[in-house]
Ligand binder design. Structure first.
Ligand SMILES: C[S@@+](CC[C@H](N)C(=O)[O-])C[C@H]1O[C@@H](n2cnc3c(N)ncnc32)[C@H](O)[C@@H]1O
Length: 267
């Protein structure tokens, strides 16, 4: 592991361990049409063994638990795992187990799982490619990988602005990718891309910044950046209420489903 990769993981662990419970209560994570889309795309089966990587508050593990045989929920932060476990147990769900793991070093044998999911987390990982390769390794020959994460516009300059904006709010934001990059990472790892969908999520700037414990100075700087973004960036982030009490903006998510190339029984 490089020093850079180690630092990135330590930063994520620190940041998320401080604010674990806020990711259980976050409406951005607990709600949204994206949850319905994930189920439709994965088409989970009752005999499936599933791995949810970077489970955070546990919303994806909870969503799938009643549709599959067993879910293993992993995260790099033990505090996050404890919050997710408390939340999922409170729903009387018994087929989810919890295990600490970094996304690029999954402590599971080859071909163990039918489905790997990872929702709104890859932008924190030191290497998305290393995670996708690990997911490929732990999936069985017909296995499916379903990722939801931020997606950037095609313009590199606008993408850099958005990554910097996200990093100001949460320094453990490493980087996001555009659609083409997502597709090529799946293909390079050995997956066929079966389906993609996109959703947007509107965030109230103050609640979004508070979830990561931002200071008043950081919140002001975020607001200034939204006000001063280029017309292209504003067209993408669609800010509203910038001169009122409750400014907001949207981010875009890609949902991407891959299946191992040459999978038995694949159309
Ligand atoms: C926004 S939360 C995930 C939300 C969750 N998947 C859901 O559906 O509600 C991001 C999570 O990624 C985890 N994380 C960040 N870097 C990681 C890494 N390298 N390996 C595993 N987990 C990581 C954090 O600890 C945090 O719990």
């Amino acid at each position: 592991m490089t020093d850079q990769s180690k630092k990135q993981k330590e930063l994520s662990q620190q940041r998320f361990s401080r604010v674990a419970d806020s990711y259980v209560t976050s409406q951005t994570h607990a709600k949204g049409e994206d949850l319905k889309f994930l189920l439709e795309m994965a088409d989970p089966q009752p005999n499936w063994y599933m791995l949810d990587v970077a489970t955070g508050g546990g919303h994806t593990a909870l969503l799938f638990a009643s549709h599959v045989n067993r879910v293993v929920a992993t995260d790099i932060s033990v505090n996050m795992l404890q919050s997710a476990e408390k939340f999922i147990r409170s729903k009387d769900i018994k087929n989810v187990t919890f295990e600490k793991a970094a996304a690029d070093q999954l402590p599971f044998r080859d071909q163990r799982f039918d489905l790997v999911t990872c929702r709104i987390a890859v932008h924190h990982f030191p290497s998305c490619r290393d995670f996708i390769n690990e997911a490929f390794r732990v999936l069985n020959p017909a296995g499916r990988l379903l990722i939801q994460d931020h997606v950037l516009p095609d313009s590199k300059a606008d993408g850099t602005f958005i990554d910097d904006f996200e990093r100001l709010r949460d320094p453990s934001h490493n980087r996001a990718f555009d659609c083409k990059e997502w597709q090529s990472m799946f293909t390079a790892a050995g997956f066929d891309v079966i389906e993609t969908r996109q959703v947007t999520k509107r965030h109230e700037l103050n609640a979004w910044a508070d979830r990561q414990g931002c200071s008043a100075d950081v919140k002001n700087e975020l607001l200034d950046r939204l006000k001063n973004g280029s017309p292209q960036v504003k067209g993408w982030m669609k800010p509203e209420g910038l001169d009122h009490d409750n400014p907001s903006f949207i981010n875009h998510h890609l949902l991407i489903l891959g299946q191992k190339k040459g999978s038995p029984g694949k159309d």
